[in-house]
Design a protein around this ligand. Structure first.
Ligand SMILES: NC(=O)c1ccc[n+]([C@@H]2O[C@H](COP(=O)([O-])OP(=O)(O)OC[C@H]3O[C@@H](n4cnc5c(N)ncnc54)[C@H](OP(=O)(O)O)[C@@H]3O)[C@@H](O)[C@H]2O)c1
Length: 191
C-alpha cells in the first residue's frame, strides 16, 4: 500500500507521515511525498521515502492520496485521481467539490492530538468507496489515534471547531461543538 501525502511537511501531513513510519505501518518506500527530487531524500530522518516530482507524479505513485493542504490551497491543486482512494483532511471542502477531480472520496477530521497519536478522528466516505477502502481508512488513521466512521458528511463540520465566536475567549474550545457525529461503528483504536 503506497500512501501519497499532499502537504506532507505541514503540521497534520507530517504528523501522519511521521507516525505511519515510526509505527511501521508502512515502509519508507511506501510513503510518497513532494519536494525532494533525490533518492537520497530524508523525510524527518527516514531515508528511502519515495520522491514525487509533482502532484500528478505523486498521484500516479500512490494507492491512497491524502490531501493535507489548507483549503485555500486546494483550488490551485487540481489533481486527477481516477482509480485512487482520496482521503481529505481539508475542513470545509465537500466530497462533491473533491469529486470533480476523480477518485473514491473519503474525508476525515483529526484533531490536535494527532501529533501524539491520540486523535479521535471521525471519518466519512462517499458511496463510491470500496470494501477494501473501508478497511484502509481506519488502518491509515490508526497512525494518529482512534477513528470512527460517521453516517453523514455534515457531521464532520461541528468537530472542526473553526473560528471561536466573538466573546468566547474565556470558554473552552469544546464550547463550540454543536454535537457529536452519529457513530456508524467504532473502527480502530490506537495502540
Ligand atoms: N491543524 C489541525 O489541527 C487540523 C485538524 C483537522 C483538519 N485539518 C486540515 O488539514 C489541512 C492541513 O492543515 P495544517 O494545519 O497541517 O496546515 P499546514 O501546516 O499549513 O500544512 C499545509 C501544507 O500544505 C503544503 N502545500 C500547500 N500547497 C501545496 C501544493 N500545491 N503542493 C504540495 N504541498 C502544498 C504546505 O507547504 P508550504 O508551507 O511549503 O506552502 C504545507 O506544508 C487543512 O486543510 C486543515 O483544514 C487541520
Amino acid at each position: 500500500m503506497r500512501v501519497g501525502i499532499i502537504g506532507a511537511t505541514g503540521w497534520l501531513g507530517s504528523a501522519l507521515g511521521r507516525r505511519l513510519l515510526s509505527r511501521k505501518l508502512i515502509a519508507p518506500e511506501q510513503l510518497v511525498v513532494l519536494g525532494c527530487g533525490s533518492h537520497r531524500f530524508e523525510y524527518y530522518g527516514y531515508a528511502g521515502v519515495t520522491p514525487a516530482i509533482d502532484i500528478p507524479d505523486l498521484v500516479f505513485r500512490s494507492d491512497v492520496v491524502v490531501l493535507a493542504v489548507r483549503p485555500d490551497a486546494w483550488p490551485r491543486l487540481t489533481p486527477r485521481a481516477e482509480g485512487k482512494l482520496v482521503l481529505s483532511f481539508m475542513a470545509g471542502v465537500s466530497a462533491r467539490m473533491l469529486a470533480r477531480h476523480g477518485g473514491r472520496i473519503a474525508r476525515a477530521m483529526p484533531n490536535a492530538a494527532a501529533e501524539f497519536g491520540a486523535s479521535l478522528t471521525p471519518w466519512w466516505a462517499a458511496d463510491t468507496i470500496t470494501s477494501g477502502d473501508r478497511a484502509v481508512i481506519p488502518w491509515l488513521l490508526s497512525a494518529i489515534g482512534a477513528s470512527e466512521e460517521i453516517a453523514d458528511e455534515t457531521g464532520l463540520d461541528p468537530v472542526t471547531e473553526p473560528d471561536r465566536p466573538v466573546g468566547a475567549a474565556d470558554q473552552p474550545a469544546s464550547a463550540n461543538r454543536v454535537g457529536r457525529p452519529r457513530l456508524v461503528r467504532a473502527v480502530s483504536a490506537a495502540s
